[in-house]
Design a protein around this ligand. Sequence first.
Ligand code: SAJ
Length: 432
Amino acid sequence: MYLELKSKIESNKARIGIIGLGYVGLPLAVEFAKAGFDVTGFEIDNAKVKSINMGKSYISDVATAALSPLVKDKRLKASADFSRLKGMDAIITCVPTPLRKSKDPDVSYIISATSSIFQSLKKGQLIILESTTYPGTTRELVQPMLEQGGLKCGVDYFLAFSPERVDPGNSRYGIHNTAKVVGGVTHKCGTLAEMLYARITNKVVRVSSTEAAEMVKLLENTFRAVNIALVNEVALMCDRLNLDVWEIIDAAASKPFGYIPFYPGPGIGGHCIPLDPHYLSWKLKTLNFYSRFIELAGEMNSRMPEHLVRKVVDALNDAGKTIRNAAILVIGVAYKKDVSDLRESPALDVMNLLWKRHAKLAYYDPYVKSVHIDGASFKSVGDLNAVGSYDAVVIVTDHSNIDYGHIVKNAKMVIDSRNATRGIKSKNVVKL
Ligand code: SAJ
């Protein structure tokens, strides 16, 4: 079993199934297909299946030009028929792991993917979970589900965890040049997973267990959430000290060691940083350990939309205007620069708060066509020609392809939460 699968992997002959063709699964499928593997993507969304089989990408980090030749050469295909999993040698699960409203992990997508795998599980298959989740998920949740039929892990089938490290919108680091962490339930499981990823990335970091691999990812994202929260608190301090937090951070960043710059903002968005750390704090609560940093970071980061709106209210007030009926243009609503993703975007909170204060609201985002908040829907204005007609312009996400010089020159007032106007001299810019 083991030797047969090992040689299939070494010769790129292993048939690979990827469950979930989102911002993680699709780039992964393309990398394996580019390396010469026969790849089948499994999706519950028929529209995605159709789009892939037409060679059309719906993920901004995967160019259609990179996808279509692989589909044409039949190296990559998509299917909604999960019974075809039985024809795979390796199956990698890349499904969402959101939080419930109660901030408890929602592992329902992992459960449903694992149950599909179990129904088709065959001797000799390698199963890998990539979805970010709490330490213990692979061994405590996935393994028992796969062994209901009596197959034994490390003997009849192989099981590992390897966290995804996709950074949407990052054109410098992709799968091929980002080290991949891998941990197996048994040594053989880890070795097979390590060998598989070595075919598509330049560095594989083997750790001692699936729990270690699950924890590495949560450390990475908790590190970001806590450091962003710290710098958001520093922004509140500087606001009270009448200091320019951006000047302070840039000067601190001149230190060549012992410091990594993070930047304040309107809050944190995306499907990882606001959510993943709560998987860790939830797990530790079951062990009667309360992670104060994670909870505090979450609370601190979620205060930022209110802070930004208060800056808008104060800036209008200084100009003798009220927020009620003020014409306000929000610029940039995606959760971060140069992406089109709205998930957990703090811009939605900012728009909600302005809307509730009866502002006459509009937004501009070249990547996001429409936005829905409580009780209202908006379409992006087509351009920034009329930027001078608004009482205030609020920069929430600093996309690179926006002319901030034009905005500063023509807007009556700019509240800039991202230092997007850095270096542009003007009296009408208020910063976070
Ligand atoms: N943000 C700040 N200040 C900062 C950095 C980020 O306010 O200094 C905000 C961003 O605007 C965004 C949120 O925090 O709203 C998250 O930013 P992010 O760049 O961490 O966002 P993600 O979730 O797209 O990407 C991260 C990856 N980012 C980097 O490593 C730079 C990485 O942590 C993971 O590989 C990925 O999430 C994931 O999938 O977990």
